[in-house]
Design a protein around this ligand. Structure first.
Ligand code: NDP
Length: 381
């Protein structure tokens, strides 16, 4: 154990992952301390968190939210630049990246460029700019530690293993709340119903992405970029109980699985205290109680987002940034009851078909593809 508590910055602290991160900081006050907090618009909750953890350095996504912040606590930095400034000045040992969407890309890059380790829940930056993100980390020596439970599982299965001996990654998927619905029934589902996920309590965007299986597609990018696994060697397996969080198959046919109750706090703690495994009070798994574990192949006819993600991952260049941005716009429209559920994959597919792809060497290239896709999909709404 290190002498000083690890200094943590939490980006997206008011969200589902952010709150669970702070819960784990509370559980380990001798090992972890918060030095910076950033959120989108929830000024009140951010002020409460800053007061509780004695944090002076906070940031909010826009001016209106910053004006609502209680200035007796501290004065917030503002906007995307403010969030990046917070990352630069917080003297963090670890940045927990839990902003939702590609909005988390810039602050992640600032942290990695400064050589600061990042615990990554926010998967969209790896979809849009996976090569740039991982190359930046490699150059600066910053570590990317996964929080996403499937990616954490693979990370744990690979501990002490030789990556060149990996044959295949078996990425498990809960299947989402609609796995049993027919194509006709899927046409009718509402945002309220989609937000009711069977196993995970998550933010709105990732919950819809789980229902369309776009989220599983995004995890294919995470696996590809974080572990250097070829997309052809990543297989998705539907596993409704979410007990096996993913598996690694090796060249000799041996398969290692990581298991546990579906509880993000386990992966969050592992990322924050890595490489130590530290005792905690979280609930334990009882396999006899769970009874059985089931597995099935995903249905990419009913859930085309998974197929689209695989094809964008294989095609590379600017397609992944288009996939991600088209999904963000389509999900927002679905949440606002502007489009039906099955229009989400339709819009993404149209954007991918119409896009004139180019190489994405820089963040500006990624942002150009992202902006094109947003404008194109909005034009279809
Ligand atoms: P939430 O919607 O619950 O939280 C998102 C957080 O990001 C909030 O704090 C929100 O602030 C903040 N935020 C949103 N937009 C901005 C912005 N432009 N600038 C700064 N902050 C912003 O999402 P989750 O916590 O569920 O998910 C976060 C990320 O983690 C996603 O990428 C998701 O895919 C990933 N993830 C989530 C899992 C989960 O179980 N929840 C599991 C694995 C991965 P505010 O609310 O104040 O507006």
């Amino acid at each position: 154990m290190s002498e000083h508590p690890r200094r943590i910055v939490v980006l997206g602290s008011t969200g589902s992952i952010g709150e669970q991160t702070l819960e784990m900081v509370r559980a380990h006050p001798d090992r972890l301390m918060v030095t910076g907090l950033a959120a989108g618009r929830n000024s009140q909750r951010l002020a409460e968190q800053a007061a509780e953890f004695g944090v002076d350095l906070v940031a909010l996504a826009d001016e209106t939210s910053a004006e609502r912040f209680d200035e007796t606590v501290t004065k917030p930095l503002v906007g995307p630049d403010g969030i990046c400034e917070l990352v630069e000045s917080a003297e963090a040992d670890l940045v927990v990246c839990a902003i939702s969407g590609v909005a988390g890309l810039r602050p992640l890059m600032v942290a990695l460029e400064a050589g600061i380790d990042c615990a990554l829940a926010n998967k969209e930056p790896l979809v849009s700019a996976g090569r740039i993100v991982t190359e930046t980390a490699r150059k600066s020596g910053a570590r990317l530690l996964p929080i996403d439970s499937e990616i954490s599982a693979i990370f744990q299965c690979l501990r002490g293993e030789d990556p060149s001996e990996v044959e295949k990654i078996l990425l498990t998927a809960s299947g989402g709340p609609f796995s049993g619905l027919s194509a006709e029934e899927l046409q009718e589902v509402t945002a309220d119903r989609a937000l009711d996920h069977p196993t995970w309590q998550m933010g709105r965007k990732v919950t819809i992405d789980s229902a369309t299986l776009a989220n599983k597609g995004f995890e294919v990018f995470e696996v590809h970029w974080m572990f250097g696994v070829d997309v052809r060697n990543i297989e998705v397996v539907v596993h409704h109980q979410s007990i096996i969080h993913s598996m690694v198959q090796f060249q000799d046919g041996s398969v290692i699985a990581q298991m546990g109750l579906p509880d993000m706090r386990v992966a969050i703690q592992f990322a924050m205290l890595y490489p130590e495994r530290v005792s905690n009070d979280l609930p334990r798994m009882d396999l006899a109680e769970i009874g059985k574990l089931t597995f099935a192949r995903p249905d990419t006819e009913r859930f085309p987002c998974l197929r689209l993600a695989f094809s964008a991952a294989r095609a590379g260049r600017s397609y992944p940034a288009v996939l991600n941005a088209a999904d963000e716009v389509a999900v927002e429209a679905f949440l606002a009851d502007e489009i039906p559920f099955m229009r989400i994959p339709e819009l993404i597919e149209r954007a991918l078909e119409e896009h004139q792809a180019f190489e994405t060497h820089t963040l500006a290239d990624v942002e150009q593809a992202d902006a094109w896709a947003r404008e194109y999909v909005r034009g279809l709404l």
